[in-house]
Design a protein around this ligand. Structure first.
Ligand SMILES: Nc1ncnc2c1ncn2[C@@H]1O[C@H](COP(=O)(O)OP(=O)(O)OP(=O)(O)O)[C@@H](O)[C@H]1O
Ligand SMILES: [Mg+2]
Length: 277
């Protein structure tokens, strides 16, 4: 039986925007535990392996992306410092111990930033302003933002600062509702003028297993957002869950495993979708 919830009414949106040299992509879904951080880390690593210069910015006080790459985190080098205007983002960039890959880590101090930014009225602009130097330096091909599971200030400021949104999504019924919400937020941010060229770039299915339900959910996404669904699905694999405990990506931990191959295929697909970039 098909899931009764649909995402009918969601429009695929096409935008023309000036191609910037540095492409900033927020990995976003306000639902928790859907594979945002896993995607941010492994897609970044796979692109870096293919010769792209990648910066991963950890915008989540859980600091999972920083930990997954084995990068030590302290409050002096956290993205927090750039958001409150204490440091330039460029000063916070750290090598991620992999060729072509750098990171700006997060620290749990980020959990307090929402109140500070709301109070001083910079919550929509702080990330974009802090990123100006990075954009004009044109050093990186791609900057990924690993966003937290909420529609709070950190998510909003990320969406105001990025060019595109990539949504990892679990192949489950309630995820369709989550996808509708993120698409709505993207539309709102664009229409408000806060980021008029913001584009929802794609949907990447995660933790896939070949069940009727998973395939029905995917069919719904495909029907409503045919150009946005990545043809690569990331399979559920215990290797993915193990990898962070070794400070490794799944590509390093289990190079020929199904999830590793899937993230590498997703990176190829990402590059094909951005080939004009
Ligand atoms: N393909 C997969 N197979 C098995 N486990 C996975 C897979 N992808 C992610 N996981 C596991 O699921 C959990 C949630 O993943 P992850 O942290 O990437 O999600 P998230 O969306 O970033 O979560 P949060 O919303 O808390 O930031 C983690 O324990 C991770 O190891
Ligand atoms: Mg996460």
């Amino acid at each position: 039986m098909m899931p009764s919830a649909t995402i009918i009414g969601l429009k695929t949106q096409y935008h023309f925007c000036i191609m910037a040299r540095v492409k900033v992509i927020a990995i976003a879904n306000q639902k928790g535990g859907v594979g945002k951080t896993t995607t941010a880390v492994n897609l970044s690593a796979a692109l870096a392996m293919r010769g792209k210069r990648v910066l991963l910015i950890d915008v989540d006080s859980q600091a999972n992306a920083s930990q997954a790459l084995g990068v030590e985190v302290d409050c002096e080098h956290s993205i927090y410092q750039a958001l409150i205007g204490n440091k330039l983002m460029e000063e916070l960039i750290r090598p991620a111990n992999r060729r072509n890959l750098s990171i700006i880590p997060a620290h749990m101090d980020l959990s307090g930033v929402e109140v500070e930014l709301t109070q001083n009225g910079t919550h929509l602009t702080c990330m974009r302003d802090a990123m100006e130097g990075l954009r004009s330096s044109k050093y990186y091909d791609y900057v990924f933002l690993d966003t937290p599971p909420s529609l709070g200030v950190l998510m909003t400021s990320s969406l105001c600062a990025c060019d595109e949104v990539l949504t990892p999504m679990q192949c489950e019924f309630l995820s369709l509702d989550g996808l509708s919400k993120i698409l709505y937020v993207v539309e709102q941010i664009r229409d408000s003028g806060a980021n008029p060229n913001l584009k929802h770039e794609g949907v990447l299915m995660t933790m896939y297993s070949n069940t009727n339900l998973a395939n029905q959910v995917i069919a719904q996404v495909k029907e409503n957002l045919p150009d946005q669904l990545y043809t690569t699905y990331i399979p559920r694999s215990v290797r993915v869950a193990e990898a962070p405990s070794f400070g490794k990506t799944v590509i390093e931990h289990d190079p020929y495993g199904t999830a590793s191959m899937a993230y590498q295929n997703a990176a190829k697909e990402f590059m094909a979708r951005h080939r004009k970039h």
